[in-house]
Design a protein around this ligand. Structure first.
Ligand code: PGA
Length: 260
């Protein structure tokens, strides 16, 4: 290893794959991944809630070294919150990573920074790892406010956390204009914002937390774009939507290091 953090490449399936399809996808993925892949990269899959129990069972019974993730959660452990799923329920299913504050949650479901912050804390309190998302809109990029927007999302999302808690977290930089559009950020632009995120963590929480926190890039990551993105010093993984639905395409992203 070159001293860089071990990459985490995550499949965000969004509202796709019923539980039968999810089982097939995970089994197919497991055949495509080698021991060397698992050695080099941590892999997580984030199916819809209704698939979690089925995927957990397959991962356990087939001893597949893929981490189980969720796409969201509520912040309370239980209570009168119709339609919600608690972090405690996810932890009971061996979920290890929970995406928090995805831009679709922010834009379509009104999730604000303060909600993201309480969810991050609730996920950590249950012993799981948050993948906290941030990213600018096209208007913000064109107005030149990308760095300040992302810095403020990161500061608000991490408020009140200890450096130790931040060290074991994952932050996903996902420019909104790149999500699901086929427009991937250039490796240089993605690196620049990920470096800003790490600088913000260093300023607020110290060097140890900044050196340890893993920062993913997300937004139209494909097998062709993954190698150059993953080569950037401050990019420690990828959060993959569309391309993660096809196990072959996702496995090729995970094998990015074998290209070039
Ligand atoms: P995409 O989605 O890869 O389809 O752009 C990424 C994400 O929203 O996490």
């Amino acid at each position: 290893m070159d001293g860089k953090r071990k990459p985490l490449i995550s499949a965000n399936w969004k509202m796709n794959h019923n539980h039968f399809e999810a089982i097939q996808a995970v089994q197919k993925l497991s055949y495509l991944l080698s021991a060397a892949d698992h050695e080099a990269v941590d892999v997580s899959v984030h199916p819809p809630f209704t698939d979690l129990r089925s995927v957990q069972t397959v991962l356990q019974s087939d001893e597949i070294p893929v981490l189980l993730g969720a796409q969201d959660c509520h912040w309370e452990a239980s209570g009168a919150f119709t339609g919600e799923v608690s972090p405690a329920m996810l932890a009971k299913l061996d979920v290890s990573h929970v995406i928090v504050g995805h831009s679709e949650r922010r834009q379509l479901f009104g999730e604000v920074d303060q909600v993201v912050n309480v969810k991050v804390k609730a996920v950590i309190a249950e012993g799981m790892t948050p993948i906290m998302c941030c990213g600018e809109s096209l208007e913000e990029r064109e107005a030149g406010t990308t760095d300040s927007r992302v810095a403020s999302q990161v500061r608000a999302g991490l408020a009140g956390l200890t450096p130790e808690q931040i060290s074991s977290m994952v932050i996903a930089y996902e420019p909104i204009w790149a999500i699901g559009t086929g427009k991937v950020a250039t490796p240089e632009d993605a690196q620049s914002v990920c470096a800003t995120i790490r600088r913000v963590v260093r300023e607020d929480s110290g060097t140890a937390a900044a050196d340890a926190v893993r920062i993913q890039y997300g937004g139209s990551v494909k097998p062709v774009s993954a190698p150059d993105l993953m080569r950037q010093p401050d990019i420690d993984g990828a959060l993959v939507g569309g391309a993660s639905l096809d196990p072959e395409e996702f496995a090729r992203i995970i094998a990015y290091r074998l290209v070039g």
